[in-house]
Ligand binder design. Sequence first.
Ligand code: ZN
Length: 182
Amino acid sequence: MEQKALDEIFMKEALIEAAKAEEIGEVPIGAVIVKGGKVIARAYNYREATQRATTHAELTAIERACDVVGSWRLEECTLYVTLEPCPMCAGAVVQSRIARVVYGAADPKAGCCGTLMNLVQEERFNHRAELSSGIMKEEAAGILTAFFRKLRKEKKRLKQEAEHDATESNISGNRADDGKEA
Ligand SMILES: [Zn+2]
């Protein structure tokens, strides 16, 4: 099978992880780590539930892969992630010697695998990873866009409800005043 087709298979797995995050109200980002053609670790963003800034999909997947391999070195592994890694996760890629990074959508706000900077291919570090980007990027970006749209809608609904409640209590307040005057 050609590389692109293989990459899409594993990116679909990462998208499944992202969907799990979405189900529980987390920003939908998913990651899997592949070694020898098999998924050895999977994870999704879990930052809200844990209230820890470090529980990004990639970092959790790297920790799990290290457990599976029994080593901090992930030299024969590929990381698939739906969104371009942030500086923390790109740093963890360098530290764990991951051979290859494949991501879906680029992240203009935090992406450190080519967008804002490229930490995984920085010449001055002692490790560089092979990099492929834009794999199933429409799906990866689409799930994020849909999530944030839903979030904004929900916020608007809550605000309207609060305003409605405030109006209602004003009305009942007026009634109470009327009562006093009568
Ligand atoms: Zn990250």
